[in-house]
Design a protein around this ligand. Structure first.
Ligand SMILES: Cc1cc2nc3c(=O)[nH]c(=O)nc-3n(C[C@H](O)[C@H](O)[C@H](O)COP(=O)(O)O)c2cc1C
Length: 191
């Protein structure tokens, strides 16, 4: 079984999403002892913005192919997704631009768009400073989890588990409560 682990936070060892993806991967490795993990740090090694391939032998073309191949090969994808300005970091968007590709992960047909991926499980470690629950004052600015789950569903991936730590900027108590809940949710995944 293959797992692709992606991180996109710029906060290094202070990152909440990185802590959560690490815990999710460790939990999954316990459940699947033969798990093969591929790690891509989208901040340490940012992907260039998408551009048409003019030379199939270029480094950029080869990198794009490698990113797509490791995504297609993965049975499980774990995505660290901090909220930056109400959406995902541009580093993660650059990865999405490489894997949402007509003819590879979705296609246009007579009856509309069809996602071509099946049988992959996705885990999203979502971290954000504020709270975006339905009915909360900032709910209308939630273009983060909704965007990610929307784009994943577009390419056929609907088995998505979100581990969320939010309200992280709303004081020590709110932060600690949210982190405790997120860690407990990861521990409960084994059950
Ligand atoms: C550049 C930047 C933009 C941010 N924008 C938002 C935002 O729009 N809404 C929000 O709730 N939190 C925002 N935050 C707070 C982060 O979502 C929060 O610090 C979270 O923990 C980031 O994940 P990380 O710890 O894995 O880096 C922002 C943080 C940074 C650094």
């Amino acid at each position: 079984m293959k797992l692709l682990h992606l991180d996109a936070s710029s906060l290094g060892q202070h990152s909440v999403s990185r802590e959560l993806t690490t815990a999710i991967v460790a939990q999954l490795a316990q459940e699947h002892p033969a798990l093969e993990v591929t790690y891509r740090d989208l901040t340490a090694q940012p992907l260039p913005h998408w551009a048409p391939v003019v030379d199939a032998e270029s480094e950029a073309a080869k990198l794009g192919e490698a990113v797509m191949d490791e995504f297609l090969a993965a049975d499980i994808v774990v995505i660290g997704a901090p909220m930056y300005n109400f959406s995902i970091p541009s580093q993660l968007k650059a990865w999405i631009d490489r894997v949402v590709v007509a003819g590879k992960t979705f296609r246009y047909g007579a009856s509309g768009v069809e996602g071509l991926l099946k049988n992959k499980k996705v885990f999203i470690a979502s971290s954000r400073g504020n709270v975006y629950a339905a009915g909360s004052p900032a709910a209308a600015l939630e273009h983060h989890e909704s965007y990610l789950t929307g784009v994943l569903s577009f390419i056929g991936l609907t088995d998505v588990t979100i581990v969320r730590a939010e309200g992280l900027a709303l004081g020590t108590e709110a932060r600690e409560a949210s982190m405790l809940k997120a860690r407990a949710n990861i521990a409960a995944m084994a059950a």
